[in-house]
Design a protein around this ligand. Structure first.
Ligand code: ZN
Length: 290
């Protein structure tokens, strides 16, 4: 068995540089392809502790307005490349918010590893409930067996231990010339470099695999042989209350609690801002060959 502590899971190089330990997990970066990886695999109990029922009441699902803005941006990107009516699969559909946002435009299918997520996704999307199934990237649901025109993974690939194998499995389910879109934190972004272990997305063992622009090109073009047609790192919508809470966590001296209080309640807490952190990478890939 390959020693995951010393071998890059993307390119197989042994030339890894230790970055830091985050939440008890060592993180190293490959000096060949620049892929960054958590080097100790979480055990079943550690994973169970993350993907339990509470996960879906997590911050990232709580602010529905910022999530709606994010989903509109994802849908718009998909529409640039994929005509309406196409057969579309969302891998890692969570509670089904993107399925709901896209269901009027595309023939949506979705899967997620979480039984709780699937239940919520079906309730939210009763018309397509049969097309929402439990499954993982390692064990993809078959659905009706036909290939997809487009597959998307929003903030999902960073949760996977072996992104190369995960994407290979998805490309096998995509029609020739079809598109695969994903978003993932960009560990090459200035905010990521500056904040290190305090970067908002540096959350092992929830996040295990960290791409930047260069390792994404290695993954897609060198390792998989497909073509990147769009690649950009964008900021995000956050609500003001949540943003100030985060600032206070990092720099408590700058942000006395009393100053924060009015922003913890509506209407101020609901104000959404675009924060130009440029640390979420959006990638559109066209499948070449069969
Ligand atoms: Zn590598």
């Amino acid at each position: 068995m390959t020693d995951t502590a010393t071998t890059c899971r993307l390119c197989g190089s042994k030339n890894l540089k230790a970055l830091f330990t985050a939440k008890g997990f060592p993180v190293a970066q490959c000096q060949n392809c620049s892929f960054a990886q958590v080097t100790r695999a979480p055990d079943a109990a550690e994973l169970e502790a993350i993907y339990n029922e509470a996960y879906f009441g997590h911050n990232k699902y709580r602010d529905l307005r910022t999530l709606a803005v994010e989903n509109a941006r994802r849908l718009k990107l998909m529409q640039r490349y994929v005509p309406a009516g196409a057969r579309a699969l969302e891998a890692g559909c969570g509670s089904g918010f993107f399925l709901e946002a896209a269901a009027n435009t595309y023939q949506m299918y979705g899967f997620d590893l979480s039984a709780v997520g699937i239940e919520q996704a079906r309730e939210r999307n009763p018309a397509i409930a049969k097309r929402i199934q439990q499954g993982t990237l390692e064990n993809l649901p078959l659905f009706d067996g036909s290939a997809f025109d487009v597959i998307c993974l929003w903030d999902t690939i960073e949760h996977v231990w072996q992104p190369l194998e995960a994407l290979r499995g998805l490309f096998a389910r995509l029609k020739p010339g079809g598109y695969l879109l994903f978003s993932t934190p960009d560990i090459g972004a200035p905010t990521a470099r500056l904040l290190g272990t305090r970067w908002a997305f540096m959350t092992p063992p929830e996040h295990l695999s960290f791409l930047n622009r260069q390792s994404t090109r290695y993954l897609v073009e060198t390792a998989l042989g497909h073509r990147i047609v769009f690649q950009a790192s964008w900021g995000k919508q956050v609500n003001l209350g949540f943003l100030l809470y985060k600032v206070r966590r990092v720099l408590p001296a700058l942000m006395p609690a009393a100053l924060l209080r009015p922003f913890e309640r509506p209407p101020l807490a609901k104000l959404a801002l675009y924060v130009p952190t440029a640390d979420i990478q959006y990638v559109v890939i066209q499948k070449t060959g069969n």
